[in-house]
Write a protein that binds this ligand. Structure first.
Ligand code: A5P
Length: 227
């Protein structure tokens, strides 16, 4: 099965957790995109849910799929959020933000009873930070100061670009992708240290948030991991 097929398998399995009447967080990225598409098919068939998108891209897709949308301001709490991840460790700690939506994803995740992560098996790691960088969202103001602070925590921060300009998030901020050689020994301590100074808004470390991870393996089976 190709990579896209694996992502769809995981997304289809997540759909089994959706019940009529639920308030849902809708994740961002190429895996979450499958979930939104499949959810749209269920809504077309009569399922009643409302969704809170975690990015403008997901909002556009959900609207195209005719999924009724609301806001966190309106509903305050969500029953279930289904989202992708860049890395998943054995305790279901995550790195997210490869798609640039980490801040809204984390706000939504923190207001959600059950966060389900959908991913292909390539996202599983023994130690966070070994497969790729930790995205960190920073204010545009004095962002090079933020980069120097990030570097002081032992990483190599790289300003994310879109063409010849910095990539700008849905919240009008920049992202530094922070590369840690050999991974991150203590993700909680690192997250707390990284996000302490003003200007550094949030890191893509999602710790102790996911309850379930649905991991699609090469043979097409989907493994369920629980925390
Ligand atoms: C979006 O900002 C991210 O957190 C994504 O959920 C994550 O990067 C996984 O994306 P893919 O499903 O495209 O790999």
């Amino acid at each position: 099965m190709d990579m896209d097929g694996l992502k769809r398998q995981a997304a289809a399995r997540a759909l089994e957790h959706v019940q009529d009447g639920m308030k849902l967080g809708l994740g961002t990225g190429s895996t979450a995109r499958h979930f939104v598409e499949l959810l749209g098919q269920r809504v077309a068939g009569g399922l009643r849910v409302v969704g809170v998108p975690t990015s403008e891209a997901t909002r556009a897709q959900a609207e195209a799929c005719k999924i009724p949308l609301t806001t966190l301001d309106e509903v305050d709490r969500l029953d279930l959020t289904v989202d992708g991840a860049d890395e998943v460790d054995g305790a279901l700690n995550l790195i997210k933000g490869g798609g640039g939506a980490l801040l809204r994803e984390k706000i939504v995740a923190q207001r959600t009873k059950t966060l389900i992560i959908i991913a292909d098996a390539g996202k599983r790691v023994a130690r966070l930070g070994t497969r790729g960088p930790v995205p960190v969202e920073v204010a545009q103001f004095a962002h090079e100061v933020s980069a120097r602070i990030l570097a002081s925590h032992g990483c190599r921060p790289v300003l994310r670009m879109k063409g010849s300009d910095p990539y700008v998030t849905d919240n009008a901020n920049f992202i530094y992708d922070c590369h840690f050689d050999g991974g991150i020994p203590d993700p909680r301590a690192l997250h707390d240290a990284l996000c302490e100074p003003a200007g550094i808004i949030d890191s893509g470390l999602f710790l102790g948030m996911a309850k379930i991870a649905l991991i699609a393996a090469d043979d097409g089976t989907v493994e369920t991991l629980r925390r």
